[in-house]
Design a protein around this ligand. Sequence first.
Ligand code: FAD
Length: 465
Amino acid sequence: MPRVNPTRTPMSEQAPEERIRNFDEVPYGYTVEEAMAEAQRCLLCKRPTCMDGCPVHIDIVGFLELAAKGDFRAAVNLIKESDALPAITGRVCPQETQCEQVCVMARKYEPVAIGRVERFLADWEASQGDMPTPELAPPSGKQVAVVGSGPAGLTVAADLARLGHRVTIFEALHEAGGVLVYGIPEFRLPKAIVRREVDYVCGLGVELIKDFVVGQTATLDELLTEYDAVFLGSGAGLPWFLDLPGENLSGVYSANEYLTRSNLMKAYRFPEYDTPIARGRRVITIGGGNVAMDACRTALRLGAEESIVVYRRSREEMPARAEEIDRAEEEGIQFMYLTTPVAIHGDERGQVESLECLRNELGEPDASGRRRPVAIEGSNYRVPADIVIMAIGQSPSPLIPRTTADLDTKKDGVVVTDPPTGKTSKRGVFAGGDVATGGATVILAMGQGRTAAAAIDEYLKTGVW
Ligand code: FAD
């Protein structure tokens, strides 16, 4: 018999048949006893590998040891030394491919549920009342503009405010949080949690200006005349399409628009809220990442009788978080693997009627090492649908590079940076998060924000570029 519990402490959650009828968060989170029991599964390795799996190198063993003893305050403080938004990362990080994948326990048993304990600690802190504001350095007299209030922008703003710099965030939308508010649905990340984090950052003295589109309301060059440095954290909000015949039919959405209408504009409460959303009976989502999982599960909650995912590879290759694929399956989402869409067909009113597809077989490995899906000629068939959602990827908007002199971008619109600092080709301008990587993850965006904040601080102090 092993000395440690080989299996993870389960986390209770809403039953599938109940949760598909509401937008409430699916898992309930650990109780105090469950969190301590799970933290006690950690082997307290002398040379922990889990930390190497974390893009921001949280002291995982350290916080698990404290949590195991019930010292939740010290545990959450330790996490916050490396991760300012633990309530968010505890919920949405792909732990199974990061810290938990390399947990020593995983060699023989189930890995420690690091994300669940992290989430518990952040929620425990919130339940204690106001979050303590850290001590701020004396004012430096320097001003920094941050473009975008997603995880990258919020991290930079918090770090620079703590270092005594005056920070103003310019956000294009009417609510702060980036993808955390407009993309990831309430049932995975309650918006109250994001608001709490935004309030915390504003509590550090950061000014937040909403409805301000940099490149339109003012250019980045204009900001540079007023601010000593600018951080570009404008994300990757430009959705890709497949260029299929029929993509202009009514009922075809990008996942970005579909999720924004539902999450940010509260379309599911139309007409109480102004923005409508088409509620299909049969909804097809094309793609296999987190965005696709969010879209297909939202469709179900908006009343779809059938919500179907079309993905060109097999289940093993789907990039979405494993937990979310499992939940989608439990909720009755249908998956059509090894399938390539080739056309969208409509009726005489220009409304989507079906998606035409080809079956795929797996060919030689491609650059990613995964076997390339190859469409089988003549295997065409149609799947009836009244809504088709494209969730195949996104890239940064060209607005800021187009309206800024000397800001180098790659072919896909990603802003070129020097990775150790986040410096762009333009003096005084730093960038990080999805705008510098293309669509990635919350923790990577935060990690880059942290690195850039240190480099900006150095630049403000020395003036050396
Ligand atoms: P964003 O979060 O995109 O924030 C950028 C902000 O900049 C936005 O608020 C935008 O409005 C603003 N902005 C853009 N242009 C301008 C402008 N010109 N002027 C002013 N403001 C501007 N990652 C995970 O780790 N786990 C997940 O489960 C997960 N699920 C996801 C689900 C969906 C639906 C999506 C779309 C993404 C998901 N991701 C997930 C990816 C993750 O959300 C992103 O990698 C992360 O949010 C990037 O952070 P960011 O700060 O770089 O950009």
